[in-house]
Design a protein around this ligand. Structure first.
Ligand SMILES: Nc1ncnc2c1ncn2[C@@H]1O[C@H](COP(=O)(O)OP(=O)(O)OP(=O)(O)O)[C@@H](O)[C@H]1O
Length: 421
């Protein structure tokens, strides 16, 4: 409860109120308290402005128990998610006559099978926080956004940045944590599995997503699918597919209750059609990590590995300037091979010696015999795995410029409000 004191300097908050309201045996992290107080404040402000036509007159108020209770309810509804709100249908229960939906259904990943949570993603703190704030509540409590025309949940978020920085992981974590089904679509899957049927496929993606809501439609390499319309030589079928996508996407905005979110990712946001950019009002840059963030990512990647006591993660972080999360993963995998290779070589030598000396062959080693990872393994791996993106490449410069224009805080950003578009 002591952490609540930080608010006491800014607002007159009765800490004891919260203690009596909140279920005591639950852990109250700083994040939970922020959520409670945030919702309580907006609840109270709404009440205050309703009763006081000029809110600038008196903004000195203490948070009422009622507002705090509202904050706690909101936190609990976010934490309990769809279990207490609308129950998610099991994918097996989805009845569909549509041949395309049936084919698609096989590729849908239910939230409990996605296997990625925000905890699995190192660093990217602010992107994770923004995503939580933007996505969780609208997907889980759409009824709160159904009143009036202004409060519509955000229906499109763009994750952009260099390759291998965790965009796909973030999209999966969003779906997992919001208890949403995950539908992954990309131009490559359309070309290989749905060739010539793009338009019908897109239509089925949206109709199925609505049936199995809450759902996240993840459009990987969105520039390939929804790139600039004026592309010379663009195939007629491609143009029709894009139009179908836009029409169905717009349909989501009018049917807010269906809890469908389009999450798009690209390394080339500057190739996107303006109409697509407009439909993605929140655009989050997922950049290459700096040294301290590389350390965080390495620590997540190595969380379940056997490490030497003196292994210095900071030293690895300093060794890997310009590495993406994916490069760091490759480095760690390569490093983890070295103790196994070492063991196999030792085994081979012992067997050869036993044969020469006409002794019975020694038993094969087990995983228990594999030694812990040392800094030398990472130094060796570093010689084999290098950064896949150059931080001063043209693409990187273009990404930074695009972020300045269209990203969060950019001069051509279409909205500043968090949940809404
Ligand atoms: N922040 C991170 N924390 C932990 N692992 C990461 C992180 N970023 C990337 N990785 C590792 O890199 C792999 C590739 O990441 P991911 O596919 O999410 O990147 P991406 O940005 O979508 O790449 P691309 O633009 O090439 O599609 C992940 O499976 C994971 O192993």
């Amino acid at each position: 409860m002591i952490t609540l004191q930080k608010y006491a300097t800014r607002i007159d908050l009765e800490c004891s109120d919260l203690e009596t309201i909140y279920v005591k045996d639950r852990t109250l992290t700083n994040e939970c308290i922020d959520t409670i107080v945030g919702f309580a404040l907006s609840h109270q402000l709404k009440h205050l402005t309703a009763t006081n036509p000029d809110p600038s007159i008196d903004l000195q108020f203490s948070l009422s128990s009622e507002s705090l209770k509202h904050g706690v309810d909101m936190l609990e509804s976010i934490q309990s998610g769809p279990k207490t709100s609308n129950k998610r249908k099991s994918l097996k229960d989805i009845a569909t006559e549509n041949e395309f939906e049936k084919r698609l259904l096989a590729d849908v990943i239910p939230p409990d099978e996605i296997g990625v949570t925000f905890e699995d993603i190192g660093a990217l703190k602010s992107v994770k926080e923004t995503l939580k704030e933007l996505v969780m509540l609208p997907l889980q409590r759409p009824e709160l956004f159904s009143k009036g025309q202004l409060m519509k949940p955000c229906k499109g978020i763009l994750l952009f940045g260099p390759p291998g920085t965790g965009k796909t992981m973030l999209a999966k974590a969003v779906a997992t944590e919001a208890g949403a089904n995950f539908i992954n679509i990309s131009m490559s899957s359309i070309s290989s599995k749905w060739f010539g049927e793009g338009e019908k496929y897109v239509k089925a993606v949206f109709s199925l997503a609505s049936k199995i809501a809450p759902s996240v439609i993840f459009v990987d390499e969105v520039d390939g699918m929804l790139g600039r319309r004026e592309n010379p030589g663009e195939h007629e079928a491609m143009r029709k597919m894009k139009n179908e996508f836009m029409v169905n996407w717009d349909g989501l905005r009018t049917k807010n209750k269906e809890r469908v979110l389009v999450l798009a990712a690209t390394n080339r946001p500057f190739d996107l059609d303006e109409a697509v950019i407009r439909r993605l009002p929140r655009r989050l840059m997922v950049n290459l990590p700096d040294a301290s963030n590389r350390r965080k990512i390495i620590s997540v990647i190595l969380a379940k590995e056997d490490l030497a006591d003196d292994l210095d993660l900071e030293a690895i972080a300093n060794l890997t300037v310009g590495y993406s999360g994916s490069d760091l993963k490759n480095l760690c995998v390569t490093a983890a091979h070295l103790p196994i290779r070492e063991l196999l070589e030792k085994e081979k030598k012992e067997r050869a010696l036993a044969e020469v000396e006409n002794r019975p062959l020694p038993q094969s080693c087990s995983s228990n015999d594999v030694r812990a990872l040392r800094i030398s393994d990472f130094k060796h791996a570093h010689e084999q795995v290098c950064a896949s993106v150059s931080s001063d490449s043209t693409n990187m410069n273009e990404l930074v410029q695009w972020n300045d224009l269209y990203g969060e805080g950019g001069s051509r950003k279409t909205t500043t409000l968090s949940y809404f578009m």
